[in-house]
Design a protein around this ligand. Sequence first.
Ligand SMILES: [Zn+2]
Length: 476
Amino acid sequence: MAFSACGTASPTPPPSPSPSILPTVAPLSDRPFYRLNISLDYDQGLILAQERVEFVNPTNIEITAVKFNVPPARHHGAIEIRDARITGQAKSLTFTQDKTVLTVQLAEALPAGKSISLAFNFTLRLPQQGVSWGIGGDDTARGPNSLIAGHWYIMLAPYRNGAWDTPNYFPLGDSYTESLADYEVNIIAPAGVTLAGAGFVKRNDRLWQYELLQARVFAFAASKNYKVRQSEVDGITLLHYGYPTHDVFADDVLITAERAVKLYSKLYGKYPYDKLVIVEIDRAQGQEYSGLVALGSGLYNGYSGSGSRHDLISSTAHEVAHQWWYHVVGNDQVRTPWLDEAFARMAEYRFYQTYYPQDADWWLSFYITTRNPQGAIDLPLSGYKDPPTYISAVYRRGVQFLIDLRKLMGDAAFDATMSDYYVAQSYRLASTDAFFDAVARHTDRDVSLLVRNYFENPPKLPCKISANAPDCRKLS
Ligand SMILES: [Zn+2]
């Protein structure tokens, strides 16, 4: 439009200042999308990160603040969040951090159903791996031979039952809460450092580019010493990253993982990725992540190189099982940890029954019955006073409950329940009720006495499996 100095048109009023608008983005999917660009200083155990997370407002109301869980903040000073802003904007946003919970204030309201992209800059100094032989301890730390970054970044808090889920970090078990998300992770690592991460990877010299979809978490490990071995089962590539001293056992771990994948695919359902990474780390115990299993170095100690009566075999079978019970069928690991730990333990037992029937009784007696397990299986993490109490109840009595349930229902009905439950709850957050609903679809036996024996707060059971107890649930 052209201006005329002596035009006769009535003057247009000056534009009124437009209200500032929150720049929204078109969502790629209904899952959050993370892009993490990091430089890894391996020798210093330092991660310099730019994180971008795009997500749809998970509430059904307009919001002006967003909450995140920051698991590494459980160590004072481990993570320094330098900046938060709407991606591409000049101005930073205000944020506050209270222990492991980060609250970002938006400059303008985000309407229901709209998406934004937030960008963070942070520095993470990995603590030294402590020696921890119980369950618990640290999944983001460095040791003499490797480092592991498990729950290491700023994680959008799930929004559940009308609230952001930001539980206090509890130093026992897997004190994490996660939403399914898609990941693109670009890591620049020093020459000579091998990375082991989940998902599709493309490597160009020092740049490692990962893509992992529909995951609960993106984890990776790094070491200057990894020896890599691989095998294949049913079109799935299994990779073992181990220390040179344990390379001789790599085949045994891989064969165990192959068998586990085959068995669990048959018993429960399909493994969701075309790759499964198994990586040795300096932590004492194993740990599950999406598409990746970490095995503590201590698990290899004392393994003779043959036979099944060893933690290396049982733990591999256990951690692989978490790809079914944790990764695909999610659960609230803080409030209902029995739903993944007892189930992974049951898978371990089925592994022994299938591949080492002569050792199945040994497994049951060595890991479970001779330890005289005690305690209710259904408490939240905070309901157990220490790791031995937690292990005794959830890992030992938890599997006893499932074994007893299998006896009561019969093998065929129990197995049908497990595969039905797996399919029905895939990529959801399964609940104790959802499990008993599945049980009720395959039996009409009364399981209420069994449930009362193992649960401190017995759930209301479906009427069909509780002899129509007065407060039973009617299934539709
Ligand atoms: Zn486990």
